[in-house]
Each structure stands twice: as structure tokens, then as C-alpha cells.
Design a protein around this ligand. Sequence first.
Ligand code: FMN
Length: 321
Amino acid sequence: MKIGSVQLKNNVLAAPMAGVTDKAFRILAREAGCGMVYTEMVSAKALTYGNRKTSEILDLSGEPSPLAVQIFGSDPQVVAEGADIAVKAGADIVDINMGCPAPKIVRNGEGAALMLDMDLALEVAGAVVERVDVPVTVKMRKGWDQQSVNSVEMSVGMEGVGVSGITVHGRTRDQFYAGRADWDIIKEVKRAVGIPVIGNGDIWKPQDARDMLEYTQCDGIMVGRGAMGNPWLFEQILSYIRDGSLLPEPTPKERILLAGRHLRLAVKFKGEKKGVMEMRKHLAWYLKGFPGASGWRNKINQTDSLEAVEELLGEILQVTA
Ligand SMILES: Cc1cc2nc3c(=O)[nH]c(=O)nc-3n(C[C@H](O)[C@H](O)[C@H](O)COP(=O)(O)O)c2cc1C
């Protein structure tokens, strides 16, 4: 799959997820074979201010291509400026977030709120396309609510202003993450535009990926929550869509070993205190379904050193694997 001039490794992509898809996660997702990774969303305005936390999100050092940086904002010139900064930091593709449902984002007219003002959304995307030399993509929802479903119209407009690819999450903003994602809207967008369309929403297992590709005829698929604590999903999907073979689920031992590796990567990139804190949720995801998982989770949440968490992982390994 190709987005503009950028050749992806394959068409199974790791969704941008704030608080999840940091450098450590991206390394593991790539190792599991996914075709492209995205950063967490980053505020274009904060980028232009040189905000420190934002600069950390934009640390792409040592990461291989292809890598997309996702930015959000609603002022065309500011978003274009942010995109320029992202490209200078190493983005191969700039993705604009037009799907985030969070109140603190939409209150500023950003994220999914742009779906309520299509003219401004097109202006934002057009300004970014003008400004940067890399392909620009847009990630949107089905619409703001069921009464204003406009992703088909908006995608056609995006293609018109020079956007190179569209990701559609088949839920409206007011659904947040509830209900089933609507794959018909992905199919409709795919029919309406000539640029690559990436389908997103409710891919939890390899069969879902194949079903979405077949049903919607989309060019690529994007996996979000299914890969949390579960990067194996990427290789399972790739194997299944390649030749129908279902790879075995990772063993408890494999889960714990990868959780430990994820932890050490997080500490390497963020320092011990922050790395260990931020890993709590990831470790809970890795341990989902383990006997006594909630007890282990409580113990992990009471520790704040790398050594102590590694010891706990060692104990879990001994009793379960
Ligand atoms: C914790 C979390 C953080 C997310 N952060 C972002 C984000 O930064 N940018 C974005 O475009 N979407 C974000 N999303 C939405 C996902 O990219 C994706 O569209 C959504 O989860 C649906 O896909 P899924 O059903 O495979 O999870 C986030 C979702 C979750 C659960």
C-alpha cells in the first residue's frame, strides 16, 4: 500500500492512541510487523510554542520509516506550522486528527469538532498540504452525530484539497467508543474517493481484519484497542490475510517476557519514575486473563521502581508460566 509517495510495509496499521502509542509501543508494534505506526496525537499549537511535553511526543530518533505524526488543531496556519515542525522532526506522513471526541479538544473546535465545520476542516487540511512536502492524511469519524453523518462528503473534499489518504473510524463523535463501529460508512467512503482509504473500528481478531477488508474494500486497516497489551495481533492479522493461517495465541510466558521488555523500553525512553507509572496500564492489559490478574495489578500499582516491577513479573512467571 502506498500513501502519496510513501510506500508502506503492508496495509495493517497501528492506530494513533494518546497515552499508548509512544516510542516503546511503536517499537513493539513494528516488530510485530505492522505496516506503519503513528505517534500519539500532538497539539499543533503546543508544537509551535516548543512545549516540552509535546517535544517528547515528537522524539522520533532512531525510528525507521514509515512513521506518521498525528497533529491536531483548528487554525489552518497554526496546524500548517505544526506540520512543518513534525516533518522537520522526521515525520514521513502528517496525519490530521479530525476524530478526537474528548470534550477538552472539541471545546476548542479541534478533533471531531472539525466535522461540524467542513469548510474550516478543508481549509486546515489544504493549508497543511500547501506547507509540507510529505503526504498529508486525515483521520475522521463517521460524523459528529447520527443526524450529521458527513464523512463521505468530507472525504471527497479532502481529496480535492490534496489529501493523500483518509482513515475512517466508523463511529460518530457522540458515540465515543460505544456501540459497534459502522463498516458501511467505510465502504461508502471507499467508493467515493480515489485516494487510499483506511478502515478503522472494532478489529479485535484476525478474522475481523479480513472481514473489514473484504466487506468495505478499503485499502488498509487500522487497529487500535485490540493491540493494547497485545502487539501479537499485528502478526496474527498479517498471517491470516496472507494465507488464512491462524497463528497460536502467545503463551503466558511470552506475554510476561514481552511485558518486561515493554517496561524496560518505557524506562529507557522516559526515565524510571515516569516509565514505571505509565506502564501500569500496559501491564494490566498484558496480564488480562491471567489467574489472579487483579491481585497482581494491585501489587504492580503499589510499586514505583523498575526492579520491583521486574521482580513481580518474575513471580508471575514462576506461578503461571
Ligand atoms: C486510549 C485511546 C487513545 C486514543 N488516542 C487517539 C489519538 O491520539 N488520535 C486518534 O486519531 N485517535 C485516537 N484514538 C482512537 C483510535 O485511534 C481508534 O480510532 C479507535 O480506538 C477505534 O479503533 P479500535 O476499535 O481498533 O480501537 C484513541 C483511542 C483510545 C482507546
